[in-house]
Design a protein around this ligand. Structure first.
Ligand code: DGY
Length: 318
């Protein structure tokens, strides 16, 4: 008998077709965001769930999931939406989709860096309003070449950002819990703590996972470490930034600009960012290319297939 799967969000057509060939699947054709209650109800009789980052699968939800559910395959590399320990206690495997979204996310990180440095928010607005004329000092921005890029979190995505930024002539610095081997560092300079990294970051790119350790790592204290007029960009998770503190630093001109693709409490965005001329915002587009979204869903499907046939999965995170 075919296994039964709940797919919590609408996927691209080719992925849904593959799922229907493999399993008896409940697809979310209207792409509704399910409440916890509905997610639990729809999981009845399911052997697995293919979830997305907007499904909050905390300990309470996990407790109430039917005992038949044995795998939650998250359609994302991040898995902060799932209580992986609670899942482990209930003998539910949680998997993610690493690697396949590295390039797309690094491209968005570069977009944030470029747009923040070159004041794209104001440039787009002035062009749309036809409210501009060329002059030697019109919307002067910052140049990336010969500036220092700090990368917080030199994992796969951080390293892909480093590679691209190097091509722009930037000097790369990074902080990780551990120094990388020199073949992975490719000339980037290691800093054993954030104070040291932030103090040399003309621009910071946040690329680390959201953990208890990194939550609000950008706060009123750590903002003091940056050079005056530094820029901060975030393509990882909103949890890392204390929004009020960064908005105050912008007001004080300690920070020159901010570029964001991710937010605390998405899809909400702190109102202070919305019309700020030196803040460039995007709606969590990091992995949003056809190739990447297709590959991510394929990997989420592969993870379930691997689990059903071996009871193991190389992309297990718990
Ligand atoms: C991820 O995979 O964690 C991305 O943020 C999803 O878009």
């Amino acid at each position: 008998m075919k296994k039964k799967i709940l797919v919590t969000r609408k996927l691209l057509k080719s992925n849904e077709e593959r799922i229907l060939k493999l399993w008896n699947a409940h697809l979310n054709l209207n792409d509704e965001v399910y409440s916890s209650k509905k997610l639990i109800e729809l999981s009845e009789d399911c052997d697995g769930i293919l979830s997305s980052i907007v499904d909050k699968i905390d300990a309470e939800v996990i407790k109430k999931l039917p005992g038949k559910v044995k795998i939650i395959s998250n359609f994302a590399v991040g898995f902060g939406n799932i209580d992986v320990n609670a899942a482990k206690e209930k003998n539910i495997m949680v998997t993610n989709t690493p690697d396949v979204l590295t390039d797309a996310t690094a491209e968005i990180a570069m977009l944030l860096i470029l747009a923040t440095a070159r004041r794209a928010t104001q440039g787009i607005k002035r062009a749309r309003e036809k409210n501009w004329k060329w002059s030697a000092d019109f919307l002067i921005g910052r140049q990336l070449s010969d500036s220092r890029l700090g990368i917080l979190g030199m994992g796969r995505i951080g390293r892909a950002v480093a590679k691209r930024a190097r091509a722009f002539g930037m000097e790369i610095h990074y902080h990780n819990r551990k120094k990388l081997n020199s073949d992975l560092e490719l000339g980037a300079i290691y800093h054993p703590n954030v104070k040291s990294l932030f103090s040399v970051s003309d621009i910071l790119s946040i690329n680390c996972p959201a953990t208890d350790e990194t939550k609000n790592i950008i706060n009123s204290e750590t903002l003091k470490y940056f050079p005056k007029g530094a820029m901060i960009t975030n393509s990882a998770r909103g949890d890392m930034i204390d929004d009020d503190a960064i908005l105050q630093a912008l007001k004080d001109k300690k920070i020159y600009g901010v570029g964001l693709d991710v937010y605390k409490g998405e899809p909400d965005i702190h109102s202070g960012y919305l019309n700020h001329p030196e803040v460039f915002i995007l709606p969590h587009l990091g992995s949003s290319t056809e190739k990447t979204r297709t590959d991510m869903a394929d990997l989420a499907i592969d993870n379930i297939e691997e689990f059903f046939s071996t009871q193991k999965c190389k992309n297990s995170v718990n």
